[in-house]
Design a protein around this ligand. Sequence first.
Ligand code: SF4
Ligand code: SF4
Length: 351
Amino acid sequence: MATKSLQKLGSDLAQSNKQIEILSNGIFKTGELPTFKDKISETSQFPIKAKKLEILQINVGYMCNQVCDHCHVDAGPDRKEIMTRDTMRQCLEVIKNSGAHTLDLTGGAPEMNPDFRWFVEEAAKVGITDFIVRSNLTIIRANKKYYDLPEFFKKHNVHVVSSMPHWTRGKTDKQRGDGVFDKSIKALQELNAVGYGMPGSDLRLDLVYNPSGAFLPGDQVAMEKDFKKALMDDFGIEFHNLFAITNLPIARFLDYLIASENYEDYMYSLVEVYNPAAVENVMCTNTLSISWDGYLFDCDFNQMLELPVNSKSRHISEFNEELLEGRNIVISQHCYGCTAGAGSSCQGVVA
Ligand code: SF4
Ligand code: SF4
């Protein structure tokens, strides 16, 4: 189990160019596997074009109270990149004036940004349709100052999307750290207690599943059924939907794949179940990702690989929705993670 970020450990893989190098060479250089560009060209889907902006996903910082093995952010307590209130103000201007109907706050643990509550309060006033916070659950139990988060979320009608890799202690703690399962269960019970996730409740509580090893997620509908039964039977917990997400081969998951000698097999399995129908709705087509320092990316994964948007509008301070619409999405082999099987996005399957 990791205790420090790759960055803190001084790992080569903390460098985005090193990750891109791995994804561009080896089996993709020799032609053993087609590049993502070649694959989508077979069905005339290159280039992928951004459509109308619907979702603004803002990464308010890479600091996190956990150091999960699979983390594509390489987040952890040692990461110091934090969005400032000035950048948040620029984001608020964009939120007010853009056509996006969904605001999606992510991290790290977004709640650890000292201006998180201020930002939520300000953003909630703008009246977006769906206001998502991606919470790792354990943050709610990490320190007394976070204990009231369920009430705070409720007050601002935040849609809580929480990671929960399994309904058993063993599998959850293996991926996310000792004690994570018990804290997550307690946090879910507290969210239920204020009305989150209850049948018929407007307080949305969705869970995110991602595999704990070098394999792809199973059927989302079947897994949701299993999660619901187990969490209700064992702990009396309710939630609305389960999103099944494929791990993308970047950052700590890439490190894990290489260290466990699973990298090539994993890439083969992603390419094997490539689904051209999923390309149409990959999340970069309607989402824009904003980094802690205000730069614009096609998605959170491209943000971590430091692949900026292919547009003259590259920073929140020069946000131009017209320029961004129709841009060519920047792709590499990690994109196979979004088009495997039923597809994968921050909202689960896409095809
Ligand atoms: S996966 Fe989420 S909870 Fe885990 S270290 Fe990364 S940001 Fe934190
Ligand atoms: S990784 Fe990002 S850019 Fe690539 S297909 Fe997925 S959402 Fe789009």
